[in-house]
Write a protein that binds this ligand. Structure first.
Ligand SMILES: Cc1cc2nc3c(=O)[nH]c(=O)nc-3n(C[C@H](O)[C@H](O)[C@H](O)COP(=O)(O)O)c2cc1C
Length: 355
C-alpha cells in the first residue's frame, strides 16, 4: 500500500523544503526501540543498519521525521559549496516499467505514467539544488542533533563543475567537504554519481580524477568517515581497478545511484520540461537487481584486496524482503529512497521481522 509521500511530487523543491515533511511522516507518533543498539555503522552503533539515502530529506525537519518513524540512518540531501538552482517542477514523475530495468531496456527509453502504482518506479530530476552554506550549515547541524540514541546522520555533498578546469573542480569538492565537516556531522558522503556534473560521463567512473578529489577531501576532513556514492559499473575490470586504487581512501561505498534513460510521455514527447532533461535518473523497484549486483561485487573485491570499507546497498528497496536480500548479498547497511518516501513504516516492518 502506498502512503502519502514525505516529499510531495506536485510541489516545487522550495515548497517541499519549507512545508514538508508530508503525510504520516509529519505526525508526532514515534517508534520506540528496545534494548541497546548493537550494529556498528562507521563508528556509530545503530539499532538497525537501515536508512534513507541522499535525496528525500532536504531539511532537519525531514530528518527528524524519519528518525521518529524508526529509520536509524538518515542522509541529509546533497549540498554544494554555493547556492545552486533546482530544475523546474515536476522533479518526480512516475514510470511504467515491467520487471527489472535492464541496461538494454534503459537504452530503449522509458515511458512516463500518470499515477504511482506498485511496484514503485519513478524518475527524479532535480539537478542537485543547494541553498548557500549559511542556510544549510545550521540546518545540517540541527539535523545531526535530531539523531536519537542508536541513530546517525550522514552529510552528503558534491563538487560543482563551473567549467573552470580540473583544479577548480577538485578544490570545490574540498571546500564543500570542509563546510560539511564544520557542522559536526559524524559521517560524510561524497556524491560522485550525479548525472549533471562531468557532462558525458559520471565523475565516479573517472578513477584518476576521483583519486585526486578523494585525496583533497581527506586532507580537509581528517578522520571523519567518508562514504563515496557510486553508480552501477558495467565493466568488472574497471570496478576492480577502481577498488584497488580508491578502496583504501574511503570508509564506505554506497551504491547505486539511479540508472539513466530517456523518458518520454505516452505520446512520445519529452516527459520532463526543459533542455538537458530528456535523460533522467530512474529509481525504485526495477533497479534493485543493479544495487544487489554491485553490493556482491564490491564485497568480493574488498575480500580480494584485504580492505575494510563498508558496503552500503541502495536501490529498489520497497519491501522488508528487499532489505534482507541486500544483507544476504553482503551489505553492511541498506537504504531506501523511493520505497521509504511512500512508506513511513518500512523500517518498523523490517524491525518486526529481524530475529
Ligand atoms: C527524490 C530523490 C532525490 C534524490 N537526490 C539525490 C541526491 O541529492 N544525492 C544523491 O546522491 N542521490 C540522490 N538520489 C538517489 C538516491 O539516493 C538513490 O541512490 C536512488 O534513488 C536509488 O534508490 P531507490 O531505488 O531506493 O530510490 C535521489 C533520489 C530520489 C528519489
Amino acid at each position: 500500500m502506498l502512503h502519502t509521500p514525505i516529499y510531495d511530487p506536485e510541489k516545487t523543491f522550495e515548497e517541499n523544503y519549507h512545508e514538508g515533511p508530508f503525510g504520516e511522516y509529519a505526525d508526532s507518533e514515534a517508534y520506540m526501540n528496545e534494548g541497546e543498539p548493537q550494529t556498528d555503522f562507521l563508528g556509530v552503533k545503530v539499532y538497525l543498519p537501515f536508512g534513507i539515502p541522499a535525496g528525500p530529506l532536504p531539511t532537519s525537519n525531514h530528518v527528524a521525521a524519519v528518525f521518529r518513524k524508526g529509520y536509524d540512518i538518515a542522509v541529509y540531501k546533497t549540498v554544494r559549496s554555493q547556492a545552486y538552482e533546482c530544475h523546474p517542477k515536476p522533479n518526480i514523475v512516475p514510470l511504467q516499467i515491467t520487471g527489472d530495468l535492464t541496461l538494454e531496456k534503459a537504452d530503449r527509453g522509458v515511458t512516463a505514467s500518470t499515477k504511482y502504482t506498485e511496484p514503485l518506479a519513478i524518475t527524479n530530476s532535480f539537478g542537485v539544488p543547494s541553498f548557500s552554506p549559511d542556510v544549510w550549515q545550521p540546518d545540517l547541524e540541527a539535523a545531526t542533533q535530531a539523531a536519537g540514541h542508536g541513530q546517525v546522520v550522514v552529510g552528503s555533498f558534491q563538487g560543482t563543475n563551473r567549467g573552470e578546469g580540473e583544479d577548480a573542480f577538485i578544490k570545490d569538492h574540498a571546500i564543500a567537504a570542509k563546510l560539511v565537516k564544520e557542522t559536526g556531522v559524524p559521517v560524510m558522503e561524497m556524491n560522485a554519481s550525479c548525472p549533471n556534473e562531468g557532462s558525458t560521463n559520471l565523475l565516479c567512473f573517472d578513477t584518476d580524477r576521483m583519486e585526486k578529489i578523494l585525496t583533497a577531501v581527506k586532507n580537509e576532513i581528517g578522520d571523519t568517515p567518508l562514504i563515496v556514492k557510486l553508480a552501477y559499473f558495467k565493466d568488472q575490470n574497471h570496478l576492480a581497478d577502481y577498488v584497488k586504487r580508491l578502496g583504501k581512501l574511503v570508509d564506505g561505498f554506497a551504491t547505486i545511484n539511479t540508472i539513466s534513460a530517456e523518458i518520454r510521455d505516452a505520446s512520445g514527447k519529452q516527459a520532463l520540461p526543459g533542455e538537458g532533461r530528456l535523460r533522467s535518473g530512474i529509481c525504485g523497484a526495477p533497479i534493485k537487481w543493479a544495487g544487489l549486483e554491485m553490493v556482491a561485487r564490491l564485497k568480493k573485491l574488498r575480500e580480494e584486496n584485504n580492505m575494510k570499507f563498508a558496503v552500503i546497498g541502495v536501490g529498489g528497496v520497497t519491501k522488508p524482503e528487499d532489505y534482507f536480500e541486500y544483507m544476504n548479498a553482503g551489505a553492511d547497511a541498506v537504504m531506501s529512497a523511493t520505497g521509504a518516501m511512500w512508506n513511513p513504516f518500512l523500517a518498523q516492518e523490517i524491525k518486526s521481522q529481524v530475529k
